[in-house]
Design a protein around this ligand. Sequence first.
Ligand code: 13P
Length: 246
Amino acid sequence: MKYFIGNWKMFGVPKSIDILNKINSFYSKDKNIKKYKVIIAPPYTLIQTFARYFKNKKISISAQNCYQKDHFSSNTASVSPYMIKSVGAKYCIVGHSDNRIEGDTHEILKKKVQFALKNNLKVIFCIGENKIDKKNKKTFIVLKNQITKVLDKKLNMNNVIVAYEPIWSIGTGKIPSENELVKTTIYIKKILIKIFQKSPSVLYGGSVDENNVKLFKQIKEIDGFLIGGASKSSKKFIDIIKNYYR
Ligand code: 13P
């Protein structure tokens, strides 16, 4: 099973549901429907309406983040996994570099993953090195640290998806070379197998668009994509899927 996941970041108002509608009508009629899953992560403000509307349809809804506590608490403006689950989301992104930069530590992320799983949300756990790590050839050390400090064998790996998003690639139009990406994905899976015996799905994210998606086709180790910018346009998102299976 491949994944095409759209992370809308700070984008979307109620009428943006039109974008999802278009994606959903393509997806539900696609002859390749059984080969992949479409998940969209709108901002918190839209989760309930979107999840309700798409409840019995093909697209699943994800949150982009959650707070590191289980249920209710006195943290202003925070949203817990329990609250996210209660409005119909099935997935939750955890550890996006945007939020790591804002202060999410390994300890915080560990709690987010644990509480999201406890509330029956599937977790899309993001990892990735920055430009300086890459320049200093620290990519593997950074990735190993990000994985092993947060994921452990007690977690239900069937509900975990890992997304490799090199920070230098997010929103820049730069993507890793095929060779680099194969090596890194294999390395990530090796670390995950050490923890879980078996590897969860590993996705790639960072400047994926309708043109470069063809380059990723050859890389069988990649189980799908976490798409930012291009997921805000139904045409681009649909073209990514079409070009991937062409
Ligand atoms: P872009 O596809 O805009 O580079 O964003 C990737 C991303 O951060 C998805 O989580």
